[in-house]
Each structure stands twice: as C-alpha cells, then as structure tokens.
Design a protein around this ligand. Structure first.
Ligand code: HEC
Length: 150
C-alpha cells in the first residue's frame, strides 16, 4: 500500500541527491596555469637545446644575471635575489630546470622570478601580450646550458 513519506524526509533526500549530482557535474579542472602545462615537462621542441646559445640568452635577453650569480665572468654585475646557479645542473634534472624556467610560479606563486614561457603574462604592454618572454627553443637552449653547470 502507498505510504506518503514526510516532506521533511523527501526534501532532505532531494537535497542529498542534488548535492551529489552537483559534485559529480562540477568539472575537475586543474588550476589554470596558462600556456605551460605542468603535467608535461618534456622538451618543448624536437630540436635539442644548444648550450652555447643558452649561455648567450642567460647573459642577455633572459636577464638571469640580474637575479642570479652565474659562472659568466665576463659580465660584472650579478644579482643575488635568487640562488647561485653554479652547479645547478647537478642539483636539478632537465625537466626540473625546464619547469623552473618556463613557469616557476607553479612551484612558488610568490616567486619574483618571471615565467619565461607563459603567454598570458599580466600587466605587459600591448605589444607583448600573447607572447612569452623566451621562445620554446630559447627555453630549451637555456635548459641545455644550465645542464652543463655541474
Ligand atoms: C627577478 C629575479 C629573477 C630572474 C630575472 C631570474 N630568476 Fe631564477 N630564481 C629567482 C629566485 C628568487 C629563485 C628562487 C626560487 C623561488 O623564488 O621560489 C630562482 C630560482 C631559479 C632556479 C632554481 C634554482 C635552484 O637551485 O633551485 C633556476 C634554475 C633559475 N632560477 C634559473 C633562472 C634563469 C635561467 C633565468 C634567466 C632565464 C632566471 N632564473 C631569471 C629569481 C630570478
């Protein structure tokens, strides 16, 4: 025989069903990390990095010396905002180096180090919007260079 259930129980049950449903329906998107996908620290290009050009970039447009002491004696002023990079190739493997150059904010959101391979940089002039600071090949070159610092 049909027994009417109380509205209280019915609405509680409905609330549970809706809550479970809402949870299942909410897409589990990873946090937005911009252009660089952390799950992939594999090389960004097919062409292996060129350590000689990587050194040129580190001393030049990468501005790495403004924050890091590096074994680049021909340049006088090295900053000390970040750790010294001599020997970094022994401490970190290429995928770890790549992540730290491409998007160090993944590891430390408060780091002053720029994300060199993100295309959604904030607060940049219009001219630079949609561009990363370094190209994929330049990142690979810098990774190759740092790998030689043993
Ligand atoms: C504005 C300052 C700044 C600039 C420019 C900068 N870095 Fe950094 N870097 C840091 C700081 C600070 C850290 C320490 C990590 C942190 O902040 O979480 C760091 C960490 C690193 C690390 C990890 C070192 C370790 O021993 O764990 C590497 C590798 C690195 N930087 C490479 C570079 C390279 C290569 C460039 C240039 C392409 C560069 N950085 C430019 C500030 C900077």
């Amino acid at each position: 025989m049909f027994k009417p259930i109380s509205w209280g129980i019915a609405s509680a049950a409905l609330a549970v069903i809706l809550a479970v449903h809402a949870q299942a329906a909410s897409p589990k998107k990873p946090p937005e990390r911009g252009y660089f996908d952390v799950s992939r620290m594999a090389p960004l290009t097919d062409q292996p990095g060129d350590p000689v050009n990587g050194r040129v970039i580190a001393a030049g447009k990468g501005l790495c010396l403004s924050c890091h002491v590096m074994p680049i004696p021909e340049q006088a002023d090295h900053g000390d905002v970040g750790p010294e990079l001599a020997g970094v190739g022994s401490r970190l493997q290429p995928p770890e180096l790549r992540l730290r150059i491409a998007d160090p904010k993944v590891l430390n959101p408060d780091t002053p180090m720029p994300s060199f391979y993100k295309k959604d940089l904030n607060r940049v002039a219009k001219k630079w919007q949609g561009q990363s600071i370094l190209t994929a090949q330049e990142v690979e070159d810098v990774v190759a260079y740092l790998g030689t610092l043993k």
